[in-house]
Design a protein. Structure first.
Length: 240
């Protein structure tokens, strides 16, 4: 008969793991992500050919990404029980095959029975790509050790799990940026271009780039270069 010997260290590890699991469980059940629906590929309203996405409404535009991005697929779901969401996902890799960059073009429409509208006027900056003006915010980010793809039911979790299953896991440290477009005549709709860029080639980490970090003074220049690359690399044309 086997004897199981639990050392103090083992008990501590089990205790930490149990506490962490309980914390995630508690957070999830107090988070609106638990009201998100299952994924579906039926009824998608946009199309993709190569690295070009065509949206026929809100906005009516053709969006082309640099050739190094491969289209991975799309799905739709009800986010948080309040918003109809569609995600169209692209990825590029380093020469060794690891994830270099991920792009998620996310379209949202608030459900008819839900009040509200989108407003990004508080975003720190804006950029224009073709005919569209985007409100922009960005941060250095690190993949969470406990929930690397995010809390279940969140839009980030749906995106990151999808690309992870196709061989593009989220990098450990990266630049996260969000470009948000809200049609002036339809503020209950939005289009987000959500991009993450691996920080490994820079030799920098997210904690070091944050306020108070060892490389915090490098963040602004890094961000400016990152956004300029997006502005110059993405092409948007209005549909006639």
């Amino acid at each position: 008969m086997k004897k199981w010997i639990l050392t103090a260290a083992t008990l501590v590890i089990l205790g930490v793991a149990g506490a962490a699991g309980y914390t995630v469980y508690k957070i999830y059940y107090s988070h609106p992500g638990r009201f998100s629906s299952e994924l579906s590929i039926e009824g998608l309203k946009r199309t993709v050919a190569g690295n070009t996405l065509t949206s026929f409404e809100n906005p009516s535009a053709r969006i082309t990404f640099p050739p190094e991005y491969a289209y991975l697929g799309a799905h739709r779901f009800i986010l948080y029980g309040t918003v109809e969401a569609e995600q169209y996902m692209f990825a590029s890799s380093h020469p060794d095959g690891s994830t270099r960059s991920l792009i998620n073009v996310q379209f949202e429409a608030i459900l008819p029975e839900i009040e509200g509208a989108y407003d990004y006027s508080a975003a720190p900056r804006a950029i224009r790509i073709g005919p569209l003006e985007f409100h922009v915010d960005a941060d250095p980010a690190r993949r969470h050790w406990l929930v690397p793809n995010g809390l279940p039911g969140t839009d980030a979790e749906r995106h990151y799990t999808f690309v992870d299953e196709r061989g593009f896991p989220v990098p450990k440290d990266y630049i996260w940026s969000r470009l948000a477009y809200v049609p002036e005549d339809a503020p209950r709709h939005e289009m987000l271009i959500l991009q993450i860029e691996d920080l490994a080639p820079t030799g920098l980490t997210a904690p070091a780039l944050r306020l108070g970090g060892a490389n915090a003074r490098d963040w602004q220049d890094l961000l400016d270069a990152h956004l300029l690359k997006l502005e110059q690399g993405i092409k948007i044309e209005a549909l006639q």
